[in-house]
Design a protein around this ligand. Structure first.
Ligand SMILES: Cc1cc2nc3c(=O)[nH]c(=O)nc-3n(C[C@H](O)[C@H](O)[C@H](O)COP(=O)(O)OP(=O)(O)OC[C@H]3O[C@@H](n4cnc5c(N)ncnc54)[C@H](O)[C@@H]3O)c2cc1C
Length: 347
């Protein structure tokens, strides 16, 4: 029996659990997730008859193994592909066609969280939601790992431990870990060095349709307060006909400056920007709104892989987009598949 503990239920963790569970017949996988949902930053909410992806916007087809996983291995029922293009806008708000680099822009009718739900759904893993891990402990006597959660409960022992939270949160778990090994400090340094961009997201609903030729607008010179605007109604099943639901992501400087500001003021300021960029003054006055601050939205780069690879000797595996070196959903999934195989085959 191999007991596998996983902290975090992001896409990377889901892919790893799927591989381990399917490859090691007697593996016993336990997942501890601090939030109430699955799939981490690839997040979906529902409100009335709306479904919207308010973290990652879509999954792109940049990794062959991930494409196979999504289109062949997993049930592709309800998979939606956004075919409308992505246009660009500049600091002065001028919109122009043409940055449709992505062959596919996938979500699901029920939202991107379906990826982790479908992956975990194919396993016997036990997933504990609303369970925040506070302490990681190495039990050297029998080479195992234990985890204490915020309610004081201990989980484990585990032969193998996977850590999926964003680098700053993983670094904190390692910094406070009860693990008397010089590698711990080297890991804390390497993982703690990964920098992140924050994103403040507003979701804006309108009772009318927008007549524009694009799915989304991206700010290419990174000089505008708004970095991204996309239309959830371009994803089948997300928005009732004749309505508009915009997901607006502020750029990192604006997000940092306003992170702890009044959410209503932030939403109003972003709605004003949207009205100006799209060129429709009705957009300054949404009928309903939602918002989310993402402190650790996107890693700026990857981690030094040396210490991360060395940790495997102790049965400790770090995984996620920041380990892959790219703040993208397909990269997190690909890294999860890779880590799952390493755990399964002991490589
Ligand atoms: C605003 C925004 C827009 C984005 N847009 C795109 C996009 O358009 N396309 C794209 O490909 N990617 C996009 N991304 C990036 C994409 O969402 C991520 O790359 C991907 O989801 C990362 O997955 P992951 O497995 O690395 O970890 P995460 O999704 O970060 O999952 C980690 C999990 O660990 C949990 N956790 C943390 N600490 C603890 C703890 N102590 N105990 C228990 N659980 C814990 C968290 O709650 C979380 O569920 C975007 C991200 C954001 C935030």
């Amino acid at each position: 029996m191999t007991d596998v503990g996983i902290v975090g239920a992001g896409a990377g963790a889901a892919a790893a659990a799927f591989v381990v569970d399917g490859t090691v017949p007697d593996a016993d996988v336990t997942v501890l997730e601090k939030s109430g949902g699955l799939c981490g930053r690839a997040a979906t909410r529902r409100h009335d008859d709306l479904t919207y992806d308010y973290g990652a916007n879509y999954l792109k087809s940049d990794d062959d193994r991930v494409v196979e996983l999504i289109t062949e291995t997993l049930d592709d029922e309800g998979l939606v592909d956004v075919t409308d293009p992505v246009y660009t806008f500049a600091a002065d708000g001028a919109v122009s066609p043409g940055r449709d680099a992505d062959e596919h822009k996938w979500s699901y009718r029920r939202g991107l969280t379906q990826i982790a739900k479908r992956l975990f759904g194919r396993t016997d893993a036990t997933v504990h939601r609303r369970t925040r891990v506070e302490t990681v402990r190495r039990v050297e006597a029998d080479s195992k790992w234990e985890l204490d959660d915020a309610d004081g409960e201990t989980h484990g022992p585990f032969d193998v431990l996977l850590l999926n939270p964003p680098a700053p949160q993983t670094a904190e778990l390692l910094r406070t870990a009860q693990w008397d090994d010089p590698l711990r400090e080297t890991l804390v340094e390497a993982v703690g060095a990964v920098e992140y961009r924050s994103v403040w997201t507003a979701v804006l609903r309108y009772p009318f349709a927008l007549d524009v030729p694009y799915y989304a607008l991206v700010n290419t010179d990174k000089e505008h307060a708004v970095g991204w605007i996309s239309r959830e109604e371009c994803k089948a099943g997300h928005v009732p006909d004749g309505e508009t639901l915009l997901v607006v992501q502020a750029n990192d400087a604006w997000s940092d400056a306003k992170y702890d500001g009044d959410p209503a003021e932030n939403v109003a300021a972003l709605a004003d920007h949207v009205a100006e960029i799209v060129g429709d003054e009705r957009l300054a006055d949404p009928a309903w709104t939602d918002h989310q601050g993402w402190r650790y939205a996107l890693p700026e780069g990857g981690v030094d892989r040396g210490p991360v690879d060395s940790a495997r000797d102790a049965g400790l595996y770090l995984l996620g987009d920041w380990v892959a070196g790219e703040g993208r959903l397909h990269a997190a999934l690909a890294n999860g598949l890779d880590v799952g195989e390493r755990v399964a085959y002991g490589i």
